[in-house]
Design a protein around this ligand. Structure first.
Ligand code: FES
Ligand SMILES: [Fe+2]
Length: 335
């Protein structure tokens, strides 16, 4: 297995930390509190006051210091206690709380639990053109593997998003090919043409090509291209909060210049809200069903078909194994 603790993970949108309130987050089972210090830098500490273990995220930020809600001890971004109300505090310079590397990148707040020399930078969206974008965020009870597969799997859309993305009775023969990336895997589809789903008919004309890609540690991205270049790029960063619970930050980007950005945000937020809810529902139903059978002692492996273009490779990437599918592997299918 790859060690997810050695990667940067996004825990919040930058705008969520703007108001001076601390934010409670969990990363790989570790409860954290995020806040901004007096210089505006983002900071991440264990969400546990060393005094009586109250959650610091229930407190407030005062002059860039985090104040515990119980007795008001105050902490700096490096975890040092800087005030104990009711007594004069001797400065020790020794942190009482663990602090973690924290930074803003690509509009999100990122934390790494165990940085090392080989830690890759926060994963950026694959955008070359000028785009309008906005963020959507949610939590889902499922694994990283399940969410990444779901997001990149075109063959559930005819059922889970019937009419919204595709229709089962309006399939098209397409050519799909799978390509290795430096840190992941990509599926490319060609021959799709005009789409039957509502979202596509609003956003696209003829589709020239589309891509679904997964990159470590947990970025799932779909890209639709038309005659004039990029039509839609949705980048979903999947952050494992704990066993079976994910936080998702989705960045929805469209080519700028066609419609005003606020108008696109207004209707795309609603449309993608529906899609996210539909995916969340099927993912949580699936997780619940897996748990029922596990409890009954009837756990079983999932069964892959040839249409699971990326799922087995995502499993191998997360396990730190070599990909078995060949670079450039191609098939015809009905999407
Ligand atoms: S528990 Fe935090 S100050 Fe007492
Ligand atoms: Fe979906």
């Amino acid at each position: 297995m790859i060690d997810l603790r050695t990667y940067w993970h996004p825990l919040a949108a930058g705008a969520e930390l703007a108001c001076g309130k601390p934010l409670a987050r969990v990363l790989l089972g570790v409860p954290l509190v995020l806040f901004r210090d007096a210089s505006g830098q983002v900071a991440a500490l264990h969400d546990r006051c060393p005094h009586r273990h109250a959650p610091l995220s229930g407190g407030r930020v005062r002059n860039g210091e985090l104040e515990c809600p119980y007795h008001g001890w105050r902490f700096a971004a490096d975890g040092c206690c800087v005030a104990v109300p009711g007594m004069a505090l001797e400065k020790t310079g020794k942190p009482l709380l663990a602090s973690f590397p924290c930074q803003i990148a690509h509009g999100l707040v990122w934390v790494c639990l165990v940085p090392d020399a080989g830690t890759p930078p926060p994963a950026a969206p694959a955008v070359t053109e000028k785009v309008d974008y906005f963020f959507m965020t949610d939590t889902v009870k499922c694994t990283l593997q399940q969410a990444a597969e779901n997001f990149l799997d075109g063959f559930h859309t005819h059922f889970v998003h019937a009419g919204w993305i595709r229709r089962d009775n309006r399939r098209q023969q397409v050519r799909a090919s799978v390509h290795h990336l430096a840190d992941g895997i990509e599926a490319r589809y060609s021959g799709e043409g005009l789409q039957a789903g509502l979202i596509s008919s609003l956003l696209e004309g003829d589709r020239q090509g589309s891509m679904g890609r997964f990159r470590l540690p947990g970025v799932a991205e779909i890209e639709y291209r038309g005659q004039h270049g990029l039509n839609l790029l949705v980048t979903a960063w999947l952050t494992p909060e704990s066993e079976g619970r994910l936080r998702i930050h989705a960045r929805v980007a469209t080519r700028s210049g066609v419609l005003p950005s606020w108008l696109k945000r207004l209707f795309l937020r609603r449309l993608f809200g529906v899609i996210l809810r539909q995916d969340k529902q099927i993912l949580e139903q699936t997780s619940h069903n897996i748990a029922r059978f596990r409890e009954a002692g009837l756990e079983a492996k999932v069964l892959d078909s040839r249409l699971d273009l990326l799922g087995p490779s995502i499993r191998q990437l997360l396990a730190g194994e070599t990909l078995t599918i060949g670079d450039g592997w191609t098939m015809q299918c009905w999407l």
